[in-house]
Design a protein around this ligand. Structure first.
Ligand SMILES: *Cc1c(COP(=O)(O)O)cnc(C)c1O
Length: 432
C-alpha cells in the first residue's frame, strides 16, 4: 500500500518510509492513498470476534500487503496483551477503560503497536534505529515502555526538568537498557525544538537513523481504531454508539474516524476538550484558529494547535459541513471538571480521571439533547496518574495506586541533564 501527504497527494511513499519518516517533507501528514475496508465477511460476524481477532482484521486491511499475516498477528497480539473493559455507569452512559496497559494510559495501544511495527520494518538492517521523542508527560512513558528491550532500537526521551509529575518522571527514568532520559533545563516547547533541530540536521538524522514517535505517526493511530470496534460490539444489537473522546492532538478521535471509514456503524462523535477548545470552536463557527495552549488539570489535553487536524479535514474532504454532521464539539473548564469528578463518585461510586471527566460531562450534555442515545466515553488515563487532583476532590486515599505504578517510587532515577541549547544537544547526540 502507498501513503500520500495530506498537503500533496502527488507525494507518495511506501509503508517503511511513512512510518519511519513519520512526517512528509511538506509538513502534511501521511494517509493511505485509499482507505482500506475489510473482507466482506467481517461485518457479518464482527460481534462474535475477540479483541485480538478484530485487531487482526483491521491491521491486515491496512498492512497486509506489506507484512506477512503471521508477523502481523504477532504484532497485534503483542500489542493487545491487556483488555479494554466497557463499564456502564447508568443506562446509555458507558465508559471505555483504556488504561489497563503498562503505563496506565491509552497511549500504550499506539506506542506498543508502533514499536513492534518499527522493529519489523527494520529487521535485518544492521543499523540501530534511534527514536527521539519530546514529552510533557504521558507520551514519553508509553513510548519508553513500548520500546524497552526491543532489539535494534534505542530511545532518547526529552522532558522538561521539574515540569512532569513525580510518577511520570519515574516512568521515563527508571527503565534503563535502551531507554535514555534527557532532563532538559527548559520547557516542553524547548524539548520539541531540540528534537526538531536534530531532524532538520539531515546529516545527523541520517547518520543516527533517527525516527520520531509522536502521535502524528500513522502506526499509532491504526491500533487505536481496534477498541472502537471492540467496544461497540458489546452494546445490544441495533444500538449505534456516540463516542465521546477527550482530546488534545486529536489522534484518538481520528482513530475513531478511521474505524467509521472501515464500516463501523456509529451515530457520531463528540470532541470533548478543556478550555483549549480550538476544535469545538471550529465545529461551531467554521473558522480554525490555533493559539498557544493554556494549562489545565487535564493537562494531556492542553494543546492549542492539534497536530492531527489536517488528517481530520482530509477525512471529510476539507468540508466543515461534512465534519460537523459527524463530530459534535463541547468544552468544559476546570471547576466544572472538578465538580464532575465528585459527582461521578457520589452517583456511581466510580473514580474518573480529569480527562475522562471532561468526556463524561460532554456525554451527559449530548444525551440530554438527544434522548435515547448511548454514549461511550473514552477513559484515557487511570485516575492514579492524576493523584493530586483526585485526592483534592475525593480526599486522601480515594484512589488505589496500581502496583506497577507504586513500585516505581523506590526505583532510582537515571537521567542526563541537558541545557536547552540546540548546538549543545546536537553535539551530545552526535557522540552517542
Ligand atoms: C494524550 C492524552 C489525551 C489526548 O489524546 P489525543 O489523541 O492527543 O487527542 C487525552 N487524555 C490523556 C490521558 C492523554 O494522555
Amino acid at each position: 500500500m502507498l501513503y500520500q501527504s495530506t498537503r500533496n497527494p502527488a507525494h507518495k511513499v511506501d509503508l517503511k518510509e511513512a512510518i519511519l519518516r513519520s512526517l512528509p517533507p511538506d509538513n502534511g501528514l501521511y494517509m493511505p492513498v485509499s482507505l482500506p475496508t475489510p473482507d466482506p465477511a467481517f461485518w457479518s460476524c464482527w460481534r462474535d470476534l475477540s479483541f485480538q481477532e478484530i485487531g487482526h482484521a483491521v491491521a491486515s486491511a491496512y498492512f497486509g500487503e506489506d507484512v506477512p499475516a503471521a508477523d502481523l498477528q504477532e504484532i497485534v497480539d503483542g500489542t493487545l496483551s491487556f483488555d479494554a473493559p466497557l463499564v456502564t455507569l447508568a443506562p446509555g452512559d458507558h465508559v471505555l477503560e483504556l488504561f489497563h496497559g503498562p503505563t496506565l494510559a491509552f497511549k500504550d495501544f499506539g506506542a506498543r503497536f508502533m514499536a513492534r511495527l518499527m522493529a519489523w520494518l527494520t529487521r535485518g538492517d544492521d543499523r540501530l534505529l534511534t527514536v527521539l521523542v519530546a514529552t510533557s508527560g504521558d507520551t514519553g512513558g508509553a513510548v519508553a515502555s513500548a520500546f524497552h528491550q526491543v532489539p535494534g532500537t534505542r530511545v532518547f526521551i526529552l522532558y522538561p526538568k521539574g515540569k512532569v509529575s513525580g510518577l511520570q518522571e519515574k516512568q521515563l527514568t527508571t527503565l534503563g537498557g535502551n531507554i535514555h532520559a534527557l532532563e532538559v533545563d527548559g520547557t516542553f516547547d524547548d524539548c520539541q525544538r531540540l528534537v526538531k533541530s536534530a531532524f532538520l540536521d539531515r546529516a545527523l538524522a541520517e547518520r543516527l537513523n533517527l525516527t520520531s514517535a509522536n502521535s502524528i505517526n500513522l502506526a499509532r493511530l491504526v491500533p487505536q481504531s481496534f477498541y472502537y470496534i471492540h467496544s461497540a460490539r458489546q452494546l445490544p444489537e441495533g444500538i449505534e454508539p456516540v463516542f465521546v473522546v477527550p482530546s488534545g492532538n486529536f489522534g484518538n478521535l481520528t482513530a475513531g474516524l478511521l474505524a467509521r471509514q472501515f464500516g463501523l456503524p456509529v451515530r457520531g462523535f463528540v470532541a470533548a476538550t478543556n478550555c483549549n477548545d480550538v476544535v469545538p470552536a471550529y465545529l461551531r463557527s467554521g473558522s480554525y484558529q490555533p493559539r498557544p495552549s493554556t494549562a489545565t488539570i487535564s493537562n494531556a489535553m492542553d494543546v492549542g494547535a492539534p497536530s492531527n487536524f489536517d488528517r481530520m479535514q482530509a477525512l471529510f474532504g476539507g468540508s466543515w459541513e461534512s465534519m460537523k454532521a459527524v463530530i459534535h464539539g463541547d468544552a468544559f473548564d476546570d471547576d466544572t471538571t472538578r465538580a464532575a469528578i465528585r459527582t461521578v463518585k457520589s452517583l456511581h461510586d466510580y473514580e474518573i480521571d480529569p480527562h475522562a471527566a471532561v468526556g463524561w460531562l460532554a456525554a451527559g450534555r449530548f444525551r440530554a439533547k438527544h434522548p435515547g442515545s448511548a454514549t461511550i466515553t473514552l477513559a484515557t488515563a487511570h485516575p492514579a496518574k492524576f493523584i493530586d487532583v483526585m485526592e483534592h476532590e475525593l480526599g486522601p486515599g480515594a484512589v488505589e495506586i496500581p502496583e506497577r505504578l507504586a513500585i516505581l517510587a523506590d526505583r532510582p532515577k537515571v537521567a542526563t541533564p541537558l541545557t536547552a541549547d540546540e548546538t549543545a544537544f546536537k553535539a551530545w547526540l552526535a557522540e552517542q
